[in-house]
Design a protein around this ligand. Structure first.
Ligand code: HEM
Ligand SMILES: *[C@@H]1O[C@H](CO)[C@@H](O)[C@H](O)[C@H]1NC(C)=O
Ligand SMILES: *[C@@H]1O[C@H](CO)[C@@H](O)[C@H](O)[C@H]1NC(C)=O
Ligand SMILES: *[C@@H]1O[C@H](CO)[C@@H](O)[C@H](O)[C@H]1NC(C)=O
Ligand SMILES: *[C@@H]1O[C@H](CO)[C@@H](O)[C@H](O)[C@H]1NC(C)=O
Ligand SMILES: *[C@@H]1O[C@H](CO)[C@@H](O)[C@H](O)[C@H]1NC(C)=O
Ligand SMILES: CC(=O)N[C@H]1CO[C@H](CO)[C@@H](O)[C@@H]1O
Length: 329
């Protein structure tokens, strides 16, 4: 009897461990996960975006960036949206000071809670919203399998330690992407999102005015380009309000011009420039530039789908929050 009991316990423990393994894998993300539980969910999201994107065509950029920041901290679990209670949330970390679009995501969540309460996760809303808003502005489509569940933990330090910064060098970029299971190809392709959107001067002005103890200006930034930015946009080191396009003149079109700029030493951040300092990533950029936009879109889509699977919570892991900004909801 005793041994049978012990055997049963061992079987139960092993089964729990195995289930845990499946839960923490991405096996359960699937296309149209809400087909039965909330059949209109994806349509409600895309309709809302179609209706509002012409009022805010610049929303696609912050929303895809939000998905990136969400996935890099505790996986794609919506934790980036949690409001700070003690100034200690991911949202309070320096990389998040410039995130936008929180209100937009929360409004979509309200629509979905009205349609099907406690069903659609904030994490899936971010993933779908990022894709749909990029598509609505003429950019690439990628598949977004769903079934992500939400986390409840959001920590400033984890954002700071995992999300690469504009001054990150190649090693740091590679390490931080590898930590999420993303390789150099993903790094190059996902950085291509910098073909849309804007930056604050403060994210790059050290490159113009205070680069190192020996040189004021970053020598890997094209000097003509730097002079132009200094004269017309970022007029001082301390300007933290002016914004500038990362891909000037083309910051609303999802195209290859970001990579062309990077090759001309006109990438805005040291992290953009760093991609040219490794022979493997430099070759990838040359290949992208020499290829077609169609090829770029296809490869970008693959990396986006991969990023959307990073450390997702599925099955009975995680929760469905009712308000994206509130951890216990
Ligand atoms: C490789 C490491 C990356 C670094 C160091 C980085 C850094 C930055 C910084 C500093 C800004 C400007 C923030 C501001 O001053 O307002 C920015 C903007 C942006 N980033 Fe990245 N980024 C990286 C990767 C990515 C990835 C993987 C994506 C998406 C797939 C992305 C999408 C964007 C977008 C769309 C914007 C513009 C946001 C807006 O217009 O509000 N970035 N990034
Ligand atoms: C979360 O913070 C935002 C901005 O600080 C605020 O507008 C919103 O009302 C807050 N939400 C909750 C539920 O506290
Ligand atoms: C890259 O940056 C990290 C962190 O700032 C630093 O420790 C490392 O020495 C740098 N690596 C190179 C090759 O410059
Ligand atoms: C210039 O950079 C140095 C080194 O990073 C830093 O200690 C200093 O505070 C910066 N100067 C200003 C005025 O921000
Ligand atoms: C922006 O700069 C102003 C003036 O230099 C300063 O008072 C303010 O705290 C800064 N804001 C941020 C978010 O750094
Ligand atoms: C790709 O383009 C670069 C310049 O962007 C050029 O130097 C290189 O020879 C081209 N490579 C191929 C395979 O066409
Ligand atoms: C958009 C957003 O929520 N930004 C927050 C980032 O962190 C700062 C500093 O704590 C907050 O004031 C912002 O509201």
């Amino acid at each position: 009897m005793k041994t049978t009991n012990r055997f049963n316990v061992i079987v139960a423990v092993a089964a729990t461990i195995l289930m845990g393994m499946f839960e923490s894998s991405d096996a359960q993300l699937q296309m149209n996960f809400y087909a039965k539980s909330c059949p209109n969910a994806e349509k409600i999201i895309s309709d809302h975006i179609q209706k509002h994107i012409h009022n805010g065509p610049s929303l696609a950029a912050p929303l895809i960036r939000m998905h990136f920041h969400d996935c890099f901290v505790r996986g794609c679990d919506g934790s980036v949206l949690i409001n700070s209670t003690s100034g200690n949330a991911e949202r309070d970390a320096p990389p998040n000071l410039t995130l936008r679009g929180f209100g937009f995501v929360e409004r979509i969540k309200t629509l979905l809670e009205a349609e099907c309460p406690k069903t659609v996760s904030c994490a899936d809303i971010i993933a779908l919203t990022a894709r749909d808003s990029v598509v609505a502005t003429g950019g690439p489509w990628w598949s977004v399998p769903t079934g992500r569940r939400d986390g409840r933990i959001s920590k400033l330090a984890e954002a700071t330690n995992n999300i690469p910064g504009p001054t990150s060098n190649f090693t740091t970029l590679q390490q931080r992407f590898a930590k999420q299971g993303l390789n150099l190809k993903d790094l190059v392709l996902l950085s291509g999102a910098h073909t849309i959107g804007v930056s604050h001067c403060s994210s790059m002005s050290e490159r113009l005015y205070n680069f190192s103890t020996t040189v004021k200006q970053d020598p890997s930034l094209d000097s003509e380009y730097a002079a132009n930015i200094k004269a017309n946009k970022c007029k001082s080191l301390t300007d933290n309000t002016t914004i500038l396009e990362m891909d000037p003149g083309s910051s609303r079109s999802f195209d290859l011009s970001y990579y062309r700029l990077v090759l001309k030493r006109r990438g805005l951040f040291q992290s953009d420039s760093a991609l040219t300092k490794n022979s493997a990533t430099l070759k990838m950029i040359n290949d992208l530039v020499n290829g077609s936009e169609k090829k770029f879109y296809k490869a970008f889509a693959k990396s986006m789908e991969k990023m959307g699977r990073v450390k997702v919570k599925t099955g009975s892991a995680g929760v469905i929050r009712t308000r994206c900004s509130v951890a216990r909801s």
